[in-house]
Design a protein. Structure first.
Length: 384
């Protein structure tokens, strides 16, 4: 029996490739015209952007005029809420509109988590940059400002005081944030020692598997081409606390299926939630899982989105710590990185899909992983 899938995607090749390998799946696509070449041979409806929900609604009705769909898959951060709207309109199982808002709209997400008693920093929503000072008066300074919809650390800024805000606003430093034409999420700065992420596979409302990793340097403190991290010992008290927090987040947000990426700060008072996304983490995280557990998070994302059981790995998890780092691209760096003891793979930009080299390695513990990571990143220093 052929299953009918409505896919909301841009240029994420992982989902396209996995679905293309499935003969029992027929895919219809909502995307932008700039990505038309990626979807030859498929039924496609175009929108100017996923932020225009009216266009998404019309596109969904256009594609389902010839027959219903069984599953709606949101392959990108921007398509999570539109996919929730489509499921609600068409009566398709999965995250509805409200749940999708909780999973993608930062203020709605934090409100939901705070009201359930989960640890989040004080936050408020500002209508625009001009309203940030008022909102920060409620949260307390210093603050972090970001768009209420967004991925990674794009258009995200730390602001120390009203004077700092005013000076940088006049200088145009927040131009990319203003250009989003979205409300601004204002959050009191979290004082933390380390930043972690917990990635998980959710199937029928339950966490099928999850693991905690540490960013070796906070993403806000390092260029993307040096973003790095490693999985940690999952048996430590802190790791167990984060895994339990991840389980509670999944329950509170009503997540039924998908892959989660939960950002967590380590503070003197325990773990504090940064935010959560319902898609595999980027910049090599999924590949690290493959090396550590024999699990491809994008494959799991598609499987549970189709209401299939998660994969049972055909090999045991590695006993060593698995780490990763991005590296800039210049001649000879891939070969030099691959020659370091402990490095198990260095992927090209074409293989990683990130525009950077991507090195994966193993180490006996976190300290050794951090040391090897430093050696890898030192290779990216001119003249090293």
């Amino acid at each position: 029996m052929t299953r009918q899938v409505l896919l909301l995607n841009s240029d994420k090749p992982e989902v396209n490739d996995i679905l293309a390998r499935r003969p029992d799946v027929r895919v219809r696509v909502i995307t932008r015209k700039v990505y038309a070449d990626l979807y030859h041979g498929l039924d496609v409806a175009y929108v100017d952007g996923f932020d225009d929900l009216t266009q998404v609604e019309r596109a969904a009705y256009e594609l389902t005029a010839g027959g219903p769909v069984d599953h709606v898959i949101a392959a990108t951060e921007k398509s999570v809420v539109p996919a929730g709207l489509v499921r609600s309109l068409l009566g398709v199982p999965g995250l509805g509109f409200d749940q999708s808002l909780w999973a993608a709209h930062k203020r709605a997400m934090k409100d939901r988590l705070r009201d359930a008693g989960l640890p989040v920093t004080p936050h408020a929503q500002a209508a625009s940059l001009d309203e940030v000072e008022r909102a920060a008066g409620a949260t307390g300074w210093p603050v972090v400002v970001k768009p209420v919809f967004g991925a990674a650390a794009k258009a995200t800024y730390r602001v120390e005081s009203p004077a700092d805000l005013a000076a940088r606003h006049r200088a145009g430093e927040f131009a990319d944030l203003a250009a989003r034409r979205l409300p601004v999420q204002v959050e009191r700065l979290v004082r933390f020692s380390d930043e972690y992420h917990c990635d998980g596979v959710v199937h029928r409302g339950e966490v099928a598997r999850a693991a905690v990793s540490r960013y070796l340097v906070s993403p806000m403190r390092i260029p993307k081409d040096l973003n790095s991290g490693c999985l940690i010992d999952q048996s430590t008290p802190f790791a167990r606390a984060v895994l339990d927090l991840h389980r509670r987040v999944v329950a509170v947000l009503g997540l039924t299926a998908g892959v989660t990426h939960l950002e967590v700060f380590r503070t003197d008072d325990g773990p504090v939630i940064g935010e959560v996304a319902v898609r595999p983490g980027g910049l090599g995280i999924s590949r690290s899982w493959w090396h550590a557990f024999g699990v491809d998070l994008w494959e799991e994302f598609v499987r549970v989105s189709l209401d299939e059981d998660p994969t049972r790995p055909d090999r045991p998890a590695r006993e060593e710590i698995v780490g990763r780092t991005q590296l800039p691209v210049f001649p000879g760096l891939r070969e030099r990185a691959a020659a370091l003891p402990g490095v198990i793979e260095v992927r090209t930009p074409e293989e990683s899909g990130t525009g950077y080299l991507e090195a994966h390695y193993t180490a006996p513990d976190e300290t050794a992983a951090a040391e090897l990571n430093t050696r890898l990143q030192a290779l990216a220093v001119p003249g090293a």
